[in-house]
Design a binder for this molecule. Structure first.
Ligand code: GLA
Ligand code: ZN
Length: 654
């Protein structure tokens, strides 16, 4: 059974409401409730004075109504007394100045003093609640980012981390290529990760930036492990996770979740589908990505339950069916737990205009009925959680690529995430599941492996891909691959795509980073596609041409190639095309690989399949604001706006 959950903040509501809210949630079918993630000032109102009475009472009430608790550690928001008494617990910005208190997330997760206080509150909670039957799981902190703090403790920790990695400043200078711009370091104390507000990240040495990101990721991972270890000390079988989102500074999720029991994500798909059909908008990629953190089903700890409006102007409201459709999309991609955010909109605080399931008026409304129907519907499919998403296609990702390509932009209209998403969307539109996995993971069991913009070379990858292709698999590589070594410096003396040259059977003679400008390519079968962002002028060395440029001085030059390699193939996509190009390309690849496709799905309809002991369930999700009809086998399927229809392996719609 898919577990239904709800975010609830007892500390924000009068006690008289708790019982009533619990009873209403019980009637709705809520089985887990998420408490306490921001409640530090209520749990420890003064330094060393703890008050768990209210939380005990809330747990008791909700447990009595059949709910278990996901307990959040409250460390995202330190209490104000902590910052006043210990200003060294504050986070500092890249400008080298402490942030303001009074909002959230302003703590430094590296600060040894903060660790003492955070460790103490987590320990007190774990001591009291870990192992109790009411506790379902633990959520560490909230929506962790890569730490970019520049407080004195962080600067020192960064230098220590570098010293550990490089040993001497001479080795560091050589690795980073610090001869450029007199960047050579004569003493560790000269290294500072500061970034003035008017300074672009791209003005810094990319190798330095890459290490700063890796360091930040290691701090975030260490912080998660620090809290996890405390909880596990009191209950080794506790289920511990944290709720991921995709912030400006992305952590290394694979590293972060390695020590956690389940991957979890806060799912807020965009409410208004874009007017430009070329704009990527489906949340499907994000869901596949999260499933890849642990290569198994995941949880949604915050699922959209009403239009946002938290720290910005209000969002448009959702269309009928849209909330349920998005929730089912999350299930379609492997969610086993759906916790909605939040039960009721707050009456006070910065988020008062971010809508919960209930509005301030506390009445049942259109959204409430929609989620109630969804919960009933999921209740009728009790075996769903005994299924999982199995895929013939893997898309490879790593935080290194993310860091390197974000900190040194390659050209306009070209971004790492877009590269990944274009392939995922093409697959979903053909009814094909995709896994998004870390680039070091095993490729066994896949038929197609897509490696978009493998920029920083993972040393074992070329050999693993060659092996995969030689045994009959299809590899797809794209532009800006094989450019840099692990340190973040360019590879010398080899044409691109360097280590992938043999596999792809081609070289990049020259490139044209066209940015926002458009160019066209024509595929050898006759279709023509708009491309943008980047154009590699590809010279085949044994590969055949799949598409050529039309226009500019390199008209007729190869843009996309296909190379036979052992029993398999390697495609090289030297440019960034419109969506239709990826659809055609992937259709051809799936035909070659005999992967069955659904070719009649209209634009915006995504099909994902869960299979396992519990049966087979195919989700047909109409990810758009208009209804549609399409043929499927001998029948016609009709979907309302944002409807997710579910079909069993026996062909029954449920
Ligand atoms: C995030 C946070 C929540 C809340 C929501 C609002 O996901 O985790 O606490 O602020 O956004 O949409
Ligand atoms: Zn810090």
């Amino acid at each position: 059974m898919i577990t239904i959950g709800m975010a609830y903040y007892p500390e924000q509501w009068p006690r008289e409401l708790w019982e009533e809210d619990a009873a209403r949630m019980e009637a709705l079918g809520v089985k887990v409730v998420r408490f306490a993630e921001f409640a530090w000032s209520r749990l420890e109102p003064r330094d060393g004075q703890f008050d768990f009475g209210w939380l005990d009472e809330a747990i008791e009430i909700f447990a009595r109504h059949g709910m278990k608790i996901i307990l959040g550690t409250p460390t995202n928001c330190g209490p104000l007394w902590l910052y006043k008494n210990h200003p060294e617990t504050l986070q500092w910005g890249r400008d080298g100045k402490p942030t303001d208190t009074g909002i959230r997330g302003h703590r430094c997760i590296v600060s040894p003093v903060f660790r003492v206080y955070a460790g103490r509150i987590v320990e007190k909670m774990a001591e009291r609640y870990a192992g109790r039957p009411e506790i379902y799981a633990w959520q560490i902190d909230n929506e962790l980012e890569n730490s970019h703090c520049t407080c004195p403790a962080c600067r020192q920790a960064f230098r220590d981390w570098l010293r550990e990695r490089y040993g001497t400043v001479e080795a560091l200078n050589a690795a980073w290529g610090n001869a450029v711009w007199s960047g050579e370091v004569s003493d560790w104390s000269e290294i500072d990760p500061l970034l003035a507000p008017d300074c672009m990240p791209d003005w810094h040495n990319p190798a330095f930036m890459l290490d700063f990101e890796r360091f930040g990721a290691s701090r975030t991972t260490d912080y998660v492990k620090f809290q996890r270890d405390i909880i596990k000390r009191f209950d080794p079988s506790a289920v511990v996770t944290t709720n991921a989102c995709f912030p400006a500074h992305m952590p290394d999720f694979h590293q972060e979740f390695a020590g956690l029991d389940v991957a979890a994500y806060d799912n807020y798909p965009p409410i208004r589908p874009p007017e430009d059909p070329e704009e990527l908008y489906s949340n499907g990629f994000a869901l596949d990505f999260v499933r890849g953190f642990k290569r198994k089903n995941y949880w949604i700890l915050e699922q959209l339950a009403g239009p946002g409006g938290c720290w910005s102007p209000f969002c448009p409201t959702t269309e009928p069916g849209q909330l349920a459709g998005y929730a089912l999309q999350a299930v379609a991609h492997g969610a086993d737990l759906l916790a909605f955010f939040r039960w009721r909109s707050a009456l006070s605080g910065a988020e008062m205009m971010g809508h919960g399931l209930l509005d301030h008026d506390n009445r049942e409304n259109r959204r409430f009925y929609e989620i109630r129907d969804l919960v009933r519907r999921l209740g009728d499919i009790p075996d769903l959680d005994r299924t999982a998403v199995h895929s013939d296609v893997a898309i490879l990702y790593s935080a290194d690529q993310e860091f390197a390509l974000k900190d040194q932009r390659q050209s306009g209209n070209f971004a790492y995430w877009t590269q990944l998403r274009l392939f995922q969307e093409a697959c979903a539109g053909l009814g094909i599941n995709t896994d998004v996995i870390h680039e070091t993971e095993s490729l066994d069991g896949y038929k197609v492996v897509v490696v978009p913009t493998h920029h920083i070379i993972e040393p074992t990858l070329a050999a693993r891909l060659e092996d995969f292709a030689s045994r009959g698999g299809t590899v797809v590589l794209t532009n800006r691959s094989g450019v840099k070594d692990k340190t973040g410096n360019c590879v010398f003396g080899e044409p691109l795509p360097t280590v992938f040259r043999k596999l792809c059977g081609c070289v990049v003679e020259e490139y044209d980073p066209i940015g926002k400008f458009k160019q066209r390519v024509s595929a050898t079968k006759g279709e023509s596609y708009a491309v943008t962002g980047w154009c590699d002028l590809v010279k085949p060395e044994g590969a055949e041409v799949w598409a050529r440029y039309e226009g500019r001085f390199y008209s007729g030059t190869a843009a996309v190639t296909r190379n036979g390699f052992g029993a398999g193939k390697a495609y090289y996509v030297g440019t960034v095309g419109e969506k239709a190009m990826y659809r055609t390309l992937m259709t051809e690849i799936f035909r070659e690989q005999s992967v069955p496709m659904l070719t009649t799905l209209p634009r915006g309809v995504e099909v994902t399949t869960r299979t396992g002991e519990g049966g087979t369930y195919r989700f047909f999700f109409n990810n758009r604001g208009t209804g549609c009809h399409f043929p499927l086998g001998g029948e016609t399927v009709s979907l309302r706006p944002f409807e997710a229809a579910i079909r069993t392996g026996e062909g029954k719609w449920v």
